[in-house]
Design a protein around this ligand. Structure first.
Ligand SMILES: [Fe+2]
Length: 222
């Protein structure tokens, strides 16, 4: 098998962080109860296949479980942002992390979320509160599918041995209880269909990361 050589550049990697919360079981149970309460309050008519809450959960729900979720998310964002910016950030600086939106989504009945990107933030993420059930064939459902730039490149339709690497156009983050996946908001993604006894329940968010004492754009282009 060939190895890469020094005269080859591999540029612009896509930073994605995935980590599981320790002791997520009781926290997720509490979150489910709180999310159901929000849904019951706001949803009129019959129970739909997909329900998305308002994006103010970080202000709407003040509970120990929500505080623990927010802390876990913020720790993850700090880990991801500090690694992604390791060549840019100064050795010492204060960092403040906030949300421009935090919401939940409940899905069933083969509901899905078509390919989209996020905006108004520097990091986005999904936390799987309840992954739900496997399909009747025993396969996992409701993964978050991310599409890299090869998806656009392969739309040209030319496929041969020279560009076989373009076939790896997407990556699936499996839905697993208590797992957080963080990604850059410009990255296209889809929530794959889900149907089961239980709902698939996720919390989603858009986050901003600001250097203390600095402007939002604390670094510039030369
Ligand atoms: Fe999304």
């Amino acid at each position: 098998m060939a190895t890469t050589s020094d005269d080859m550049q591999w540029l612009w990697p896509t930073p994605i962080l995935r980590r599981r919360m320790d002791g997520h079981g009781p926290i997720n149970q509490q979150l489910l109860t709180e999310f159901e309460a929000v849904r019951n309050e706001l949803e009129t008519g019959h129970r739909g296949r997909v329900f998305a809450s308002p994006d103010d959960l970080h202000q709407r729900i003040e509970s120990p479980a929500m505080k623990q979720l927010i802390q876990f998310i913020m720790d993850g964002i700090f880990a991801a942002a500090s690694q992604a910016n390791r060549h840019v950030w100064p050795r010492k600086q204060g960092i403040q992390i906030g949300f421009t939106g935090l919401w939940f989504q409940m899905t069933n009945g083969h509901g899905f979320h078509e390919t989209h990107i996020h905006g108004n933030c520097s990091w986005s993420g999904v936390y799987y509160v309840q992954a739900g059930d496997k399909d009747p064939d025993g396969n996992p459902q409701g993964a978050t599918r991310f599409y890299g730039p090869y998806m656009d490149a392969s739309a040209g339709g030319h496929a041969d041995a020279g560009n076989a690497y373009l076939q790896a156009a997407h990556w699936d983050s499996p839905a697993e209880d208590g797992v957080l996946v963080l990604f850059p908001p410009w990255l296209k993604h889809t929530a794959l269909p889900y149907a089961g006894e239980r709902d698939r329940v996720i919390a989603s968010f858009n986050a901003v990361v600001q250097a203390e004492g600095g402007r939002r754009e604390g670094w510039g282009f030369a």
